[in-house]
Design a protein around this ligand. Structure first.
Ligand code: ATP
Ligand code: LTN
Length: 333
């Protein structure tokens, strides 16, 4: 590890399978950034329990997500990949940071507002303080950059605010992080509700990394296009949101510009366009799905990898937490 490289931290929840939005908005960048940065990536199981999880399922999803991240190209030789609950400092720093976070600022978080409306029967304190745990994740590693999709920008901002407040009281303890949001793919929209982001909560409009090719093709063929009479492939988010969603996906997967895509499908209509986008996604995911299956067949190797990841992570996290405890005035043991 070169000493003066900038540090990257990001996390992903094991509350479901990786979908195209997660991949294009975050995970693909995680992989690319490994060449230039010192990267630390985390499966955030502690965040996942802010909504009810079946214990056996959560364990299974955590391991599957870990394998999927490896299959996507997160390289444990170059980066640190671990499971949040294996590194106790995350829960510990969250308590301290809770005391430096204001009720009012947490009340303004859009994810809290959305999730508390969706899970009205379980608006628990963890759902409310979720951004504090996330701030701790980032600050423990003194990260400079946090690669996330657009929807997480607000959480990185509150992390900066918390860090600034702490530093104001105790000196330069924390590095102030910036969100790293991709130019394409930062907000992939749902295939059947093009005004909502692609999310596992709208399963029909959501394409998973582990979906079989025929399933992916089925979802793309059923994707909402538009009821306009023009039926041509043209980027117009306001008037043709369904087509814009598909063009965005095709652009993010192939690297082609909007103009090139419009030219490619000129005079061809949606009947040719939808399967072409589907095919591109099938080919993108095929090798990753196959690799995930291989990795999941060797549980002992996975265990060895997540243990090694946790060890590397806790050495860094421990240093930050010791400093924080000292600054706030906890008596040394
Ligand atoms: P979901 O809405 O499906 O529950 P999430 O945002 O809760 O997803 P995470 O697994 O925690 O899921 O997200 C991991 C990363 O994926 C985050 O950086 C998030 O910003 C990004 N992401 C999630 N959905 C999208 C999307 N539709 N487009 C782009 N990025 C996304
Ligand atoms: N809140 C994020 C997941 C997450 C995260 C993090 C992302 C938890 N801790 C630290 C970046 C850095 C989400 O819901 N997608």
């Amino acid at each position: 590890m070169e000493e003066n490289r900038k540090r990257i931290f990001s996390g992903i929840q094991p509350s479901g399978k990786i979908h195209l939005g997660n991949y294009l908005g975050a995970v693909r960048n995680w992989v690319q950034l490994q060449d230039e940065y010192d990267c630390i990536y985390c499966v955030v199981d502690e965040h996942a329990i802010t909504v009810r999880q079946d214990p056996a399922e959560l364990r299974r999803k955590t391991l599957e997500l870990f394998a999927q991240l490896l299959a996507c190209g997160v390289d444990p030789e170059r980066s640190t990949l671990f499971v949040q609950s294996h590194v106790t400092q995350h829960a510990e720093i969250a308590w301290v940071l809770n005391c430096f976070t204001m009720f009012g600022e947490l009340s303004r978080m859009t994810q809290f507002k959305d999730k508390s409306a969706k899970h009205a029967d379980n608006v628990n304190a963890g759902l409310f303080t979720y951004p504090v745990l996330m701030a701790g994740d980032i600050l423990l590693y003194q990260a400079d950059l946090v690669p996330v999709g657009e929807d997480q920008k607000q959480h990185v901002e509150i992390c900066r605010d918390i860090a600034t407040r702490f530093n104001y009281n105790y000196g330069d303890v924390f590095t102030l992080p910036d969100a790293y949001i991709p130019k394409v793919g930062a907000r992939v929209m749902s295939l059947n509700q093009p005004d909502s982001k692609m999310s596992k909560s709208i399963p029909e409009g959501c394409v998973y990394l582990m979906d079989k090719p025929d399933e992916i093709m089925r979802k793309f063929k059923r994707a909402i296009t538009d009821s306009d009479t023009e039926r041509c492939v043209r980027y117009d988010r306001a008037n043709k949101p369904g087509v814009a969603t598909l063009i965005d996906i095709y652009a993010a997967v192939t690297g082609k510009s909007y103009e090139a895509i419009e030219a490619e499908f000129e005079g061809k209509g949606y009947g040719a366009f939808k399967p072409a986008v589907g095919e591109a996604v099938v080919e993108l995911f095929r090798p990753i799905r196959e690799r995930t299956e291989e990795l999941l067949a060797d549980k002992a190797q996975l265990q060895q990898l997540y243990r090694a990841g946790a060890e590397k992570a806790s050495a860094i996290a421990g240093r930050t937490l010791r400093k924080v405890y000292k600054k706030v005035g906890f008596l040394e043991r």
